[in-house]
Design a protein around this ligand. Sequence first.
Ligand SMILES: NC(=O)C1=CN([C@@H]2O[C@H](COP(=O)(O)OP(=O)(O)OC[C@H]3O[C@@H](n4cnc5c(N)ncnc54)[C@H](O)[C@@H]3O)[C@@H](O)[C@H]2O)C=CC1
Ligand SMILES: O=C(O)[C@@H]1CCC=N1
Length: 271
Amino acid sequence: MTTIKFGLIGGGVMGEALLTRLIARKIYQRSEVLVSEPQTSRQGFLEDEYGVNVTADNRLVFTPTTEVVFLAVKPQVFSAIAQELADVITTVSKPLVISILAGVTLNQLEAAFPHFPIIRAMPNTPATVGAGVTAICPGAYTKANHHETAKLLFSAVGEVVEVSENLMDAVTGLSGSGPAYVALAIEALADGGVAAGLPRTIANQLALQTVLGTAKFLHETKIHPAELKDRVTSPGGTTIAGVAQLERAGFRSALIEAVKAATARSQELGK
Ligand SMILES: NC(=O)C1=CN([C@@H]2O[C@H](COP(=O)(O)OP(=O)(O)OC[C@H]3O[C@@H](n4cnc5c(N)ncnc54)[C@H](O)[C@@H]3O)[C@@H](O)[C@H]2O)C=CC1
Ligand SMILES: O=C(O)[C@@H]1CCC=N1
């Protein structure tokens, strides 16, 4: 095995999303990456698809040359992994540990990795296509160079914002979970189109492009969403009829409550 610089623990959806962009951007060479993943089918896939090194032993990602260890497992397996790594991490130099685990706090991470530089982060799935947004917050032992490394890695998958840790659960409830809410909205818009008589493929295309185009428009012009809504709603027209129905159905409230519920769940996962 060649020199390992980047260790990934958990080669699932989010691990792969980051991996693919880090390699494409040449931030790490394929040979410098070691992915620890228990599923042999995933190991084989990641090895074939990205040419990275794979292992089923999490301890092996801590090599003398490892610069970053990226944790991308489910929060529920965190304590088992912490126990498994307890011995090995006392014997190695301290790489930057970046965790994207929902709800797992810097306190919990610093208890598992004593005196390690640690960054807690919350990316989202559009990272896969470089259109993600990641919130990061640094632990007690991080220095400017660790901060810069985390920003560099997450910039490869989209935008980066910095927040204090007490806001990380809210970030998780909004942008971490948000792609699911938007996907539901797109699916429902298409269903509405089908209910109104459109063929499914056309309804899907119209729904998807409407959401994509609206987001792009707001992003590029920076106009307030309310201003865009006002521009679309002609007096006595179709859009205000649709908006009135959304208000009757509690559309805004449903989204607000969804973000609050996901935030609360993120808080629970950290307990
Ligand atoms: N999916 C999402 O949209 C987002 C997920 N997250 C966080 O990312 C983390 C990973 O989520 P996903 O990638 O969606 O999950 P996933 O289930 O796709 O990936 C987790 C991977 O970890 C592997 N794994 C299981 N036990 C392991 C162990 N003991 N050691 C090493 N690897 C192990 C699994 O086989 C799997 O491939 C979670 O903590 C989640 O909170 C954060 C932001 C967004
Ligand atoms: O559902 C979850 O727990 C993860 C965290 C944010 C998005 N997916």
